[in-house]
Design a protein around this ligand. Structure first.
Ligand SMILES: Cc1cc2nc3c(=O)[nH]c(=O)nc-3n(C[C@H](O)[C@H](O)[C@H](O)COP(=O)(O)O)c2cc1C
Length: 218
Protein backbone atom coordinates (compact mmCIF):
# COMPACT_ATOMS: atom_id res chain seq x y z
CA UNK A 1 0.00 0.00 0.00
CA UNK A 2 1.35 3.44 -0.85
CA UNK A 3 1.68 5.98 1.99
CA UNK A 4 -1.05 8.03 0.29
CA UNK A 5 -3.56 5.16 0.32
CA UNK A 6 -2.54 4.35 3.87
CA UNK A 7 -3.46 7.94 4.81
CA UNK A 8 -6.83 7.56 3.07
CA UNK A 9 -7.50 4.30 4.92
CA UNK A 10 -6.61 5.76 8.29
CA UNK A 11 -8.25 9.18 8.10
CA UNK A 12 -11.72 9.41 9.56
CA UNK A 13 -14.22 12.01 10.62
CA UNK A 14 -13.55 13.01 14.21
CA UNK A 15 -16.74 13.12 16.25
CA UNK A 16 -15.18 14.12 19.59
CA UNK A 17 -12.20 16.49 19.81
CA UNK A 18 -9.81 16.70 22.75
CA UNK A 19 -10.32 20.31 23.89
CA UNK A 20 -6.88 20.38 25.54
CA UNK A 21 -4.99 19.73 22.28
CA UNK A 22 -3.99 22.85 20.41
CA UNK A 23 -2.53 23.03 16.93
CA UNK A 24 0.83 24.76 16.65
CA UNK A 25 1.27 27.94 14.63
CA UNK A 26 3.16 25.85 12.05
CA UNK A 27 0.24 23.45 11.76
CA UNK A 28 -2.23 26.30 11.28
CA UNK A 29 0.10 27.71 8.63
CA UNK A 30 0.24 24.29 6.94
CA UNK A 31 -3.57 24.23 6.86
CA UNK A 32 -3.57 27.61 5.10
CA UNK A 33 -0.99 26.36 2.62
CA UNK A 34 -3.00 23.22 1.85
CA UNK A 35 -6.10 25.32 1.18
CA UNK A 36 -4.21 27.87 -0.87
CA UNK A 37 -2.62 25.22 -3.09
CA UNK A 38 -5.94 23.56 -3.92
CA UNK A 39 -6.62 23.30 -7.64
CA UNK A 40 -9.74 24.78 -9.25
CA UNK A 41 -11.21 25.06 -12.74
CA UNK A 42 -9.30 27.72 -14.71
CA UNK A 43 -7.44 28.42 -11.45
CA UNK A 44 -10.55 30.45 -10.54
CA UNK A 45 -10.09 29.99 -6.76
CA UNK A 46 -13.64 31.27 -6.12
CA UNK A 47 -13.30 30.77 -2.38
CA UNK A 48 -12.39 32.49 0.85
CA UNK A 49 -11.56 30.82 4.14
CA UNK A 50 -12.52 32.11 7.59
CA UNK A 51 -10.30 30.55 10.25
CA UNK A 52 -11.04 30.59 13.99
CA UNK A 53 -8.45 29.49 16.52
CA UNK A 54 -9.69 31.48 19.55
CA UNK A 55 -12.66 30.53 21.78
CA UNK A 56 -14.37 33.78 20.68
CA UNK A 57 -13.94 32.96 16.99
CA UNK A 58 -15.15 29.40 17.47
CA UNK A 59 -18.15 30.64 19.48
CA UNK A 60 -19.12 32.90 16.57
CA UNK A 61 -19.09 29.92 14.22
CA UNK A 62 -20.86 27.72 16.77
CA UNK A 63 -23.86 30.08 16.74
CA UNK A 64 -24.77 28.43 13.44
CA UNK A 65 -24.90 25.03 15.14
CA UNK A 66 -27.47 25.98 17.77
CA UNK A 67 -30.93 24.41 17.68
CA UNK A 68 -31.42 21.75 15.03
CA UNK A 69 -27.69 21.47 14.28
CA UNK A 70 -26.71 21.15 17.92
CA UNK A 71 -25.18 17.74 17.18
CA UNK A 72 -22.25 19.63 15.66
CA UNK A 73 -21.83 22.30 18.35
CA UNK A 74 -19.20 20.55 20.49
CA UNK A 75 -17.26 19.59 17.37
CA UNK A 76 -16.83 23.28 16.69
CA UNK A 77 -16.23 24.44 20.25
CA UNK A 78 -13.78 21.69 21.27
CA UNK A 79 -11.69 21.70 18.11
CA UNK A 80 -8.45 23.64 18.03
CA UNK A 81 -9.19 25.42 14.76
CA UNK A 82 -12.31 25.74 12.65
CA UNK A 83 -12.33 26.73 8.99
CA UNK A 84 -15.44 28.04 7.27
CA UNK A 85 -14.94 27.36 3.58
CA UNK A 86 -16.86 30.09 1.76
CA UNK A 87 -17.66 30.49 -1.91
CA UNK A 88 -17.95 33.73 -3.85
CA UNK A 89 -21.50 34.65 -4.80
CA UNK A 90 -20.41 36.23 -8.07
CA UNK A 91 -17.59 35.94 -10.59
CA UNK A 92 -16.91 38.99 -12.76
CA UNK A 93 -14.16 40.32 -15.00
CA UNK A 94 -12.49 42.25 -12.18
CA UNK A 95 -12.02 38.99 -10.30
CA UNK A 96 -10.83 36.88 -13.24
CA UNK A 97 -8.45 39.71 -14.20
CA UNK A 98 -7.03 39.65 -10.67
CA UNK A 99 -6.13 35.98 -11.18
CA UNK A 100 -4.53 36.68 -14.54
CA UNK A 101 -2.49 39.48 -12.97
CA UNK A 102 -1.39 37.16 -10.16
CA UNK A 103 -0.40 34.44 -12.62
CA UNK A 104 1.65 36.96 -14.55
CA UNK A 105 3.36 38.07 -11.34
CA UNK A 106 4.06 34.42 -10.53
CA UNK A 107 5.79 33.98 -13.87
CA UNK A 108 3.21 31.78 -15.57
CA UNK A 109 3.30 33.54 -18.94
CA UNK A 110 6.24 33.36 -21.34
CA UNK A 111 4.64 36.10 -23.48
CA UNK A 112 1.51 38.25 -23.92
CA UNK A 113 -0.05 35.83 -26.36
CA UNK A 114 -0.11 33.04 -23.78
CA UNK A 115 -1.43 35.47 -21.18
CA UNK A 116 -4.31 36.60 -23.39
CA UNK A 117 -5.17 33.02 -24.34
CA UNK A 118 -5.36 32.02 -20.68
CA UNK A 119 -7.34 35.16 -19.82
CA UNK A 120 -9.80 34.35 -22.63
CA UNK A 121 -10.25 30.77 -21.46
CA UNK A 122 -10.88 31.84 -17.90
CA UNK A 123 -13.40 34.46 -18.97
CA UNK A 124 -15.10 31.98 -21.30
CA UNK A 125 -15.83 29.53 -18.49
CA UNK A 126 -16.87 32.24 -16.03
CA UNK A 127 -19.23 33.78 -18.61
CA UNK A 128 -20.54 30.37 -19.67
CA UNK A 129 -21.57 29.48 -16.13
CA UNK A 130 -22.81 32.96 -15.24
CA UNK A 131 -24.71 33.94 -18.40
CA UNK A 132 -25.56 30.75 -20.30
CA UNK A 133 -25.79 27.76 -17.97
CA UNK A 134 -26.66 30.15 -15.12
CA UNK A 135 -25.14 27.93 -12.47
CA UNK A 136 -22.20 30.12 -11.43
CA UNK A 137 -22.76 29.80 -7.65
CA UNK A 138 -23.05 26.02 -8.02
CA UNK A 139 -20.02 25.84 -10.33
CA UNK A 140 -17.96 27.86 -7.87
CA UNK A 141 -19.15 25.76 -4.95
CA UNK A 142 -17.93 22.65 -6.75
CA UNK A 143 -14.46 24.21 -6.74
CA UNK A 144 -14.71 24.85 -2.99
CA UNK A 145 -15.42 21.17 -2.46
CA UNK A 146 -12.11 20.37 -4.15
CA UNK A 147 -10.44 22.49 -1.46
CA UNK A 148 -12.42 20.51 1.12
CA UNK A 149 -11.12 17.19 -0.21
CA UNK A 150 -7.60 18.51 -0.34
CA UNK A 151 -7.87 19.75 3.24
CA UNK A 152 -9.23 16.49 4.63
CA UNK A 153 -6.47 14.38 3.10
CA UNK A 154 -3.81 17.02 3.68
CA UNK A 155 -4.40 17.33 7.41
CA UNK A 156 -4.56 13.53 7.77
CA UNK A 157 -1.12 13.44 6.15
CA UNK A 158 0.05 15.84 8.87
CA UNK A 159 -1.32 13.50 11.56
CA UNK A 160 -4.15 15.88 12.47
CA UNK A 161 -7.82 15.07 12.80
CA UNK A 162 -10.76 16.74 11.13
CA UNK A 163 -14.54 16.86 10.99
CA UNK A 164 -16.16 18.24 7.82
CA UNK A 165 -19.65 19.61 8.44
CA UNK A 166 -22.56 20.65 6.29
CA UNK A 167 -24.80 20.47 9.33
CA UNK A 168 -25.09 24.15 10.24
CA UNK A 169 -27.56 26.96 9.66
CA UNK A 170 -26.44 28.75 6.49
CA UNK A 171 -28.46 31.89 7.21
CA UNK A 172 -27.09 32.23 10.73
CA UNK A 173 -23.51 31.60 9.56
CA UNK A 174 -23.87 34.16 6.80
CA UNK A 175 -25.33 36.70 9.21
CA UNK A 176 -22.86 36.09 12.05
CA UNK A 177 -19.79 36.37 9.84
CA UNK A 178 -21.22 39.16 7.65
CA UNK A 179 -20.63 37.02 4.57
CA UNK A 180 -23.26 38.49 2.26
CA UNK A 181 -21.68 41.94 2.43
CA UNK A 182 -18.35 40.34 1.52
CA UNK A 183 -19.87 38.65 -1.54
CA UNK A 184 -19.50 35.22 0.05
CA UNK A 185 -21.69 32.28 0.99
CA UNK A 186 -20.78 29.59 3.53
CA UNK A 187 -20.25 26.20 1.88
CA UNK A 188 -18.89 23.77 4.45
CA UNK A 189 -17.01 23.95 7.73
CA UNK A 190 -14.10 21.85 8.97
CA UNK A 191 -13.09 21.49 12.58
CA UNK A 192 -9.47 20.56 13.13
CA UNK A 193 -7.48 19.29 16.06
CA UNK A 194 -6.80 15.99 17.77
CA UNK A 195 -9.45 13.38 18.55
CA UNK A 196 -10.37 12.68 22.15
CA UNK A 197 -9.60 9.21 23.52
CA UNK A 198 -13.33 8.45 23.65
CA UNK A 199 -13.93 9.40 20.03
CA UNK A 200 -16.08 6.45 19.01
CA UNK A 201 -15.42 7.05 15.33
CA UNK A 202 -11.66 6.59 15.61
CA UNK A 203 -11.82 2.79 15.76
CA UNK A 204 -14.79 2.28 13.45
CA UNK A 205 -13.99 0.30 10.29
CA UNK A 206 -14.01 2.28 7.07
CA UNK A 207 -17.15 1.67 5.01
CA UNK A 208 -17.45 2.36 1.30
CA UNK A 209 -19.56 0.85 -1.48
CA UNK A 210 -17.83 -2.04 -3.28
CA UNK A 211 -15.82 -1.55 -6.48
CA UNK A 212 -18.49 -3.33 -8.59
CA UNK A 213 -20.95 -0.58 -7.70
CA UNK A 214 -18.53 2.29 -8.16
CA UNK A 215 -16.58 1.40 -11.29
CA UNK A 216 -17.36 0.46 -14.87
CA UNK A 217 -14.50 -0.75 -17.04
CA UNK A 218 -14.88 0.52 -20.60
C1 LIG B 1 -19.47 17.54 2.78
C2 LIG B 1 -19.54 16.74 4.05
C3 LIG B 1 -20.43 17.10 5.04
C4 LIG B 1 -20.45 16.40 6.26
N1 LIG B 1 -21.25 16.85 7.30
C5 LIG B 1 -21.11 16.28 8.52
C6 LIG B 1 -21.75 16.86 9.66
O1 LIG B 1 -22.47 17.85 9.58
N2 LIG B 1 -21.53 16.28 10.89
C7 LIG B 1 -20.72 15.19 11.03
O2 LIG B 1 -20.54 14.71 12.15
N3 LIG B 1 -20.12 14.60 9.95
C8 LIG B 1 -20.27 15.14 8.72
N4 LIG B 1 -19.62 14.59 7.63
C9 LIG B 1 -18.79 13.38 7.80
C10 LIG B 1 -19.30 12.18 6.96
O3 LIG B 1 -20.41 11.61 7.57
C11 LIG B 1 -18.13 11.21 6.79
O4 LIG B 1 -17.12 11.83 6.03
C12 LIG B 1 -18.56 9.93 6.07
O5 LIG B 1 -19.48 9.19 6.84
C13 LIG B 1 -17.36 9.05 5.73
O6 LIG B 1 -16.65 8.70 6.91
P1 LIG B 1 -15.11 9.06 7.14
O7 LIG B 1 -14.95 10.55 6.93
O8 LIG B 1 -14.87 8.70 8.60
O9 LIG B 1 -14.29 8.27 6.19
C14 LIG B 1 -19.61 15.27 6.43
C15 LIG B 1 -18.73 14.91 5.40
C16 LIG B 1 -18.67 15.64 4.23
C17 LIG B 1 -17.66 15.25 3.18
Amino acid sequence: MTPYIDTLQKRYTTKIFDPTRTLSADEVQAIKTILRLSPSSTNSQPWHFMIATTPEGKDRIAQATEGFYQFNEAKVKNASAVVVLCTRTDIDKAYTDMITTQEEKDGRYPNDEVKETVRGGREFFANLHRDQIKDAPHWMEKQTFIALGNLLVGVAHLGLHACPMEGFDYEVMSETLGLKAKGLAPTVIVSLGISAENDFNAGAPKSRLPEEVLFTEL
